[in-house]
Design a protein around this ligand. Structure first.
Ligand SMILES: C[S@@+](CC[C@H](N)C(=O)[O-])C[C@H]1O[C@@H](n2cnc3c(N)ncnc32)[C@H](O)[C@@H]1O
Length: 281
């Protein structure tokens, strides 16, 4: 509960900063809490994508990747964005699936939902719905979604197994899981890992890539793949880690190339056709 409350407060404030004319970040050198994340959230969307949606949706972007650029989305499909924030990936998905498709955004923070709905209104998109709720308990029926996307949210959850089970439940057979998230590769000293996670904003802990694969497989997914999209250098986090009392120069070799944003794909298998009493039991 405590993690959820911290996350809600942090993202509620970020949404209000955008609503009151700022950006979700308050400047590269300003307070560590919201701004040292710049190397993670900046330059994720190209001008062509940014031109398709309201400016406030771009300003509110707090992801660590660009799932709609990497996911295959077809006209007529239903997409669900877990932790939709100001709505950037929902609005981009809605344009891709077109008027015969639908894009849902799910978020637990009222201020983010208000900002996302305002962005939807400005974008004039009717095939969009923002739902209030938690990604650990998705308010949609079984087998109702073609693609689950997410952008730097699953790493915030204290119960990632449950999130992945829920994603699996709502996906149709053959449905795709296509999310951006922060992952850790290799061994990292615990104190540094905790501080790096605070730096990237992953309060509940980024998963090791092997753990992520294991959890997806346990939830029932097939065809699992993790593709790194951005690798963070210790220099990106130097100021923050120094403030945390960590000797950055001593730690640098042990952290090098270990924290990354990645695009994670998986597929919900389609049940095999039953071909007779002998093969289907
Ligand atoms: C890092 S921001 C990412 C927002 C958006 N995906 C983007 O790319 O800009 C995290 C968002 O996820 C929401 N969130 C975090 N944990 C959540 C949970 N357990 N259930 C629902 N929403 C959650 C927060 O309210 C916030 O809007």
């Amino acid at each position: 509960m405590e993690i959820k409350e911290i996350v809600k407060e942090k993202y509620g404030q970020a949404a209000l900063r955008v609503t009151t004319g700022g950006s979700s970040c308050c400047g590269a050198a300003a307070s560590l809490d919201c701004c040292a994340v710049d190397p993670i959230t900046s330059n994720l969307y190209d001008a062509e994508q940014a031109g398709q949606i309201p400016e406030n949706a771009v300003l509110a972007s707090l992801g660590c990747g660009n799932p709609t650029a990497l996911a295959k989305l077809n006209p007529g499909e239903t997409v669900l964005d877990l932790g939709s924030g100001g709505g950037i990936d929902v609005l981009l998905s809605a344009r891709r699936v077109g008027p015969t498709g639908k894009a849902y955004g799910l978020d637990m923070t009222d201020e983010m939902l208000a900002l996302a709905r305002e962005n939807q209104r400005k974008a004039g998109l009717e095939n969009v719905e923002f739902l209030k709720g938690e990604i650990e308990n998705i308010p949609l029926p079984d087998n109702s979604v073609d693609v689950v996307i997410s952008n730097c949210v699953i790493n915030l959850s204290a119960d990632k197994d449950r999130v992945l089970r829920e994603a699996f439940r709502v996906l149709k057979p053959g449905g795709r899981f296509a999310v951006s998230d922060v992952v850790v590769q290799g061994e990292v000293p615990e104190a540094v890992r905790r501080s790096m996670e605070m730096w990237v904003g992953c309060i509940a802990g980024a998963l090791h890539d092997d753990e992520y694969i294991g959890k997806l497989a346990k939830a029932g997914f097939d065809d699992i793949d993790i593709e790194p999209t951005r690798v963070y250098s210790i220099e990106d986090a130097r100021q923050f880690l120094t403030g945390e009392g960590i000797d950055v120069d001593a730690m640098a070799p042990r952290v090098k190339d270990k924290f990354r944003s990645a695009f994670i794909r998986a597929v919900k298998p389609t049940p095999k056709e039953c071909c007779g009493p002998a093969c289907c039991s």
